[in-house]
Design a protein around this ligand. Structure first.
Ligand code: NZQ
Ligand code: ZN
Length: 387
């Protein structure tokens, strides 16, 4: 096990109608004038935005709005937000939405104190040292940004989709999590989020780091919850308890608790982000399409763990089979589950074509944190297999 620091101070307020407590929470964490950020309209249509505003009103907090943040968020809304914060004397940021809104708010939170372009943080030209306090009202379980210090933004000018992380500075002060709010999600969007959380766990489960029994056991437990509760949510979208379990799964899938003492991989995410950059496809679907081709390629480099995944998570019986056979059966179970919940496992359906393969492969960062470092040709092969 590697050395680590675990720091996760977000206050999670979980349950029915918890959005009515947003004003109290914002006040508790120092708000007097709030920037409320939200997406393309779901929070307006459902009446959530009005309930959140009423809750701020009840605490005497004033606010300004920044709506229209799109999935796979780009730099434009970050600049707009930084401008509003500076002009309007905003002292607290509130994200009402999913990963795209939360990540935009995190970019605003650190960009506001920086004289240069906030994008410098994402390309490693500047380090985040300070950020405004932020809170979250979560509407979709997927990215896990409500409990992390990470933010992923697409730069439409430079054609890059990149992330930053700062667990001490960029973590939300609080996250309001009402599973009832997720009932309005389209089924494919729910499935995409479930696949995203599944891959978040797998990115840290398939690891080279030995002797991580606590992390492995926690990952296996949360993976099994994701599999079973995911099935229930897809079968009955109105099942509150399944929705609640899936929402809580998403948070812990990304929060660093599960990976304490291990080196994560994250190559599936790098290739998925590159697909998202070129096609603007939904994040979880990009992962669904490339994860199996990637796992098949590295399976023999991490055979022990892939075998363990098959036996402990999927209940594959190992008797009379070699390790490769057991591991392959585990991946077949994963594929069957993905088909069952209805995610897209062929990247062609997301807009990947033979012509844009080179552009996607060039945009994918090749990390050296997995079982082995891929070559660019292997990334192209994985993408071709994913089609
Ligand atoms: O924009 P609105 O109208 O709100 O609609 C959204 C959006 O179209 C809709 N939606 C959200 N809640 C809803 C709802 N529709 C009906 N009812 C509700 N309750 O869902 C769509 C997707 O929203 P988005 O915020 O994009 O989803 P998600 O949470 O999956 O976030 C995806 C973004 O997060 C990044 C992804 O790359 C992508 O850009 N990620 C961020 C991470 C992080 N910060 O740590 C890690 C992840 O791996 C990921 O990379
Ligand atoms: Zn993800």
């Amino acid at each position: 096990m590697l050395d680590f620091t675990f720091y996760s101070p977000t206050e999670f307020v979980f349950g029915k109608e918890t959005e009515t407590r947003t004003g109290q929470l914002a006040k508790k964490y120092g708000a007097s004038r709030v920037l409320i950020a939200y997406g393309g309209g779901s929070a307006v249509r459902s009446g959530l935005l009005d309930r959140v505003k009423a809750s701020l009103d009840a605490e005497g907090l004033s606010y300004v709005e920044l709506g229209g943040i799109q999935p796979n968020p780009t730099e434009g809304k970050v600049y707009e937000g930084i401008d509003i914060v500076r002009k309007e004397n905003i002292d607290f940021l509130l994200a009402v939405g999913g990963g795209s809104v939360i990540d935009t708010v995190k970019a605003i939170a650190c960009g506001v104190y920086y004289d240069g372009d906030f994008w410098d943080f994402y390309i490693g030209k500047a380090k985040v040292t300070k950020a405004m306090p932020l809170g979250v009202v979560l509407t979709i379980p997927a990215a896990g940004s409500e409990g992390s210090g990470n933010s992923v933004i697409t730069n439409s000018e430079t054609k890059q989709k990149l992330g930053i992380k700062h667990p001490m500075i960029l973590r939300p002060r609080f996250s309001v999590m009402n599973p009832q709010l997720t009932v309005t999600l389209p089924a494919w969007q729910t499935a995409s989020g479930i696949c995203d959380m599944m891959v978040h766990i797998l990115e840290r489960y398939f690891t080279n780091t030995p002797h991580t029994e606590v992390g492995d056991r926690m990952c296996e437990g949360v993976l099994m919850a994701c599999i079973n509760e995911g099935r229930k949510v897809m079968a009955d979208p109105t099942d509150y308890d399944a929705r609640a379990n899936i929402m809580w799964t998403a948070t812990w899938a990304l929060n660093t608790l599960l990976k304490c003492g291990t080196q994560g991989d994250w190559e599936v995410h790098q290739i998925g982000h590159a697909i998202g950059l070129v096609t603007d496809a939904t994040h979880g679907m990009t992962l669904a399409s490339v994860s199996l081709p990637y796992y098949r390629r590295v399976m023999h480099d991490g055979l022990h763990q892939f075998r363990r995944f098959a036996v402990n998570v999927w209940g594959v019986r190992p008797e009379g089979k070699d390790d490769g056979q057991v591991a392959s059966e585990g991946l077949a179970c994963l594929k069957a589950w993905m088909d069952e919940i209805g995610v897209v496992t062929h990247s062609r359906e997301l807009g990947v074509t033979e012509q844009n393969l080179p552009a996607i492969a060039d945009a994918a960062l090749i990390l050296n944190s997995g079982y082995r470092t891929l070559t660019r040709d292997e990334v192209v092969d994985i993408l071709r297999e994913s089609m």
